[in-house]
Design a protein around this ligand. Structure first.
Ligand code: TDO
Length: 190
């Protein structure tokens, strides 16, 4: 039977879920998420409210995005192509505050990253095209979404490819130091 392994990462609360596909003559099957296992790691599957997918050309960067107020948790998987997925810890008081961690996700690995509320998220598409499928535990609210510059030198994410394209919003995104005051201590408290 296919199973999924959950592994902790350097940033507290960020989890990598690694499926073990089972193969047969038809192809393969993989369980990509297990609510019981996730609950043991503090993830409440029943909180997920929206599933989304976006397609990006190779080299595109989306992010860094964080939800203000109480934040938003996310479960991210690459359903086509490959991604470099980045999490930045913006939880005030966290020992890894301001630090980032990157994960390679691909259609072959079927790996997911769980990102707790209070962390910023972004990714770069590594292949042409690449699809990002993700679940969030809040209804999307553009007014609560805050963009932080993908190239903020204080965070210094090492994007693997030259950045091909950003949205107008992401191009205009401020540095973390300019918006830090908007990220209250309640962030990540859920
Ligand atoms: C995220 C989102 C966008 N949209 C619309 C708004 C806009 O017309 C179009 C593209 O929106 P954006 O430019 O905000 O999409 P994008 O830059 O892909 O935003 C996403 O980036 C990654 C890094 C995340 O972590 C996500 O939570 C989300 O913030 O889709 C929705 O209707 N619902 C949604 O949930």
């Amino acid at each position: 039977m296919s199973s999924v392994q959950v592994r902790r990462t350097r940033i507290a609360g960020v989890l990598v879920m690694e499926p073990e596909p089972v193969r047969d003559e038809r192809g393969w099957f993989a369980r990509t998420f297990d609510a019981d296992l996730a609950r043991e790691h503090g993830v409440r599957a029943e909180d997920f409210l929206q599933d989304s997918v976006s397609r990006s050309h190779r080299g595109v960067v989306r992010g860094l995005h964080v939800r203000t107020g109480e934040g938003e948790a996310k479960l991210v998987r690459c359903s086509r192509g490959a991604l470099y997925d980045v999490v930045v810890d913006l939880r005030v008081g966290s020992p890894t505050y301001g630090e980032w961690e990157g994960f390679e996700l691909s259609e072959e690995s079927l790996r997911s990253v769980y990102i707790p509320a209070g962390c910023a998220h972004g990714f770069q598409a590594l292949r042409e095209p690449s699809d990002t499928s993700y679940r969030i535990d809040r209804r999307h609210d553009p007014a609560a979404s805050l963009a932080i510059a993908h190239d903020d030198p204080d965070i210094a994410v090492a994007w693997p490819l030259p950045v091909a394209l950003l949205s107008a919003n992401d191009r205009a995104a401020p540095r973390l130091s300019e918006v830090r005051h908007l990220l209250g201590p309640a962030l990540g408290a859920r």
